[in-house]
Structure formats: C-alpha cells, structure tokens
Ligand binder design. Structure first.
Ligand code: ATP
Ligand code: MG
Length: 228
C-alpha cells in the first residue's frame, strides 16, 4: 500500500500560444506529492495557478504534460472513463462557490453522491444527518441552499465533498466569499472532518490565516510548487 496519495511528476502546463493569444506558462516540470493523512495548504497570490493545479490534480483537466499517480497507480488523464471512476472513488472537491443543487434540501444535497453509488436511502439519510449535526446544521437539514447563509451553504458543500470518504480532498478557496469569523469557523469544521475521516487534503487559498491550521504550507513559484 502506497503512503503517497497524490504524486505529480514533471508536470508542464501552458495556456494560450495559439495565434495571437499570448503564451502563459503556469507549471514547468513541476513535481509534487501528498502523503496519507497530510493536509497541505497552497498559498499563492491570485493568478499564480492554484485553480489550474487543483484541476490537474483532480483529473478535471487533461491538457498538460507529465504523470499523475493516485494511491500509487498512474492515471491516464486523457481517458475520461478512467478519470471519472478514479475521481468518484478517491477525490472530493470543495469549490469557492459551492455548486449546491438549489432544488434539493441540505440533506438531499449531501446524500446524493451516496445514492448515486447505490447506498440504500435509509443508511444514506442516517449518515447524512449525522454529518450535518456535526457541523451544527442539525436543525437546517430540510432547508434549501437559498434559505441558508453563505457559511452554512459552505458547510453543506464540505459535508457533500467528504461524505463518501475520499482519500484526497481538494478545496479551492473554500472560504473565499465568507467574512473572517465565518472563515475561521468553516475552516475549523473542514480540518476537523478531514482529520476525523483520515482524509488527505490540499487547501488552496490566499488567506494566510488558514496556514496555521494545516500540516504543511506550499506555494507556487517559478513554475514549481515548493514547500515552505
Ligand atoms: N483557460 C485559460 N486560458 C488562458 N489563461 C488562463 C486560463 N485559465 C487560467 N488562465 C491563466 O492562468 C493563470 C492561473 O490561473 P488560476 O485560475 O489557476 O489562478 P489562481 O491562483 O487560482 O487565482 P485566484 O486566486 O484568483 O483564484 C492566470 O494568469 C490566468 O489568467
Ligand atoms: Mg483560483
């Protein structure tokens, strides 16, 4: 069993370069890895490539060169069938804007991935309720996203990302649109759930406040990702 959850090798990513579109090189021969149970904070200025990195690591972007290993196995990023299977089984995402389904209640939003994977509804509901109670939303389970505050919605999105216990959680500015006190509460919930469920994680942000809560800090510089 590999203790490296994610490994990227010699990754090069370039945008543009066709016609008059200027060429932007984001990564150049970048190597990076995350070990089991490690929580890494990726702190870099706006435009440095955090989202680009998470899209590559999360197998959502195949237009790059280099190799990706998930739990020790190489993944063919261009093979949609393989990447969607690996993603469903191993990777959870939290985006800056939560992408919750507006027609669904908080509970329905988070148990949806479990039902999709074939879990009986009764068990999924029990699991979902337990998780929402943990993040302080026990009384808001039947409310729809529009009836919840920004921080509450983000807590629902976090529950949805970890409910099927991914080995790797990728979070892109998970508190980007929240005020400072909500940010620290949502981040505490996020780290607590990650640790409790033995999940490895990469949390991208430009909020330096978060750097104290993670195990390791990394940044993007000169086409590479460096640990501080
Ligand atoms: N599809 C694209 N075509 C061309 N350039 C792009 C594209 N997507 C991103 N870029 C450029 O790549 C760079 C990195 O973008 P990215 O979104 O990864 O940054 P980021 O670190 O996530 O920034 P932020 O903190 O603002 O979210 C930026 O300069 C951006 O303009
Ligand atoms: Mg971004």
């Amino acid at each position: 069993m590999s203790n490296t959850v994610l490994k990227l090798q010699k990754v090069t990513k370039i945008f543009g370069g066709k016609g008059d579109v200027p060429l932007v090189e984001i990564f150049n021969g970048m190597d990076f890895s995350v070990k089991t149970n490690e929580v890494v904070g990726l702190f870099s200025p706006s435009g440095s490539g955090k989202t680009t990195f998470l899209q590559i690591a999360g197998l959502l972007d195949s237009k790059f060169s280099g190799d990706i290993y998930i739990n020790g196995s190489i993944v063919d990023a261009k093979n949609d069938f393989q990447t969607s299977r690996v993603r469903r089984k191993n990777i959870g995402f939290v985006f800056q804007f939560h992408h919750l389904i507006q027609e669904f209640s908080a509970l329905e939003n988070i148990i949806f991935p479990l039902l999709f994977d074939g879990m009986p509804k009764k068990i999924a509901v029990k699991k979902g309720k337990h998780l929402l109670e943990k993040v302080g939303l026990g009384k808001r389970m039947d409310n729809r996203p529009a009836e919840l505050s920004g921080g509450e919605q983000q807590r629902v999105a976090i529950c949805r990302a970890i409910i099927n216990e991914p080995t790797l959680l990728l979070a892109d500015e998970p508190t980007g649109n929240l005020d400072q006190s909500t940010t620290s509460r949502v981040m505490s919930f996020l780290i607590e759930l990650i640790k409790e469920h033995n999940i490895s994680a990469i949390i991208a942000s430009h909020n330096p406040m978060i750097s104290k809560l993670v195990d390791k800090n990394a940044k993007i510089a000169d086409g590479k990702i460096l640990y501080n």
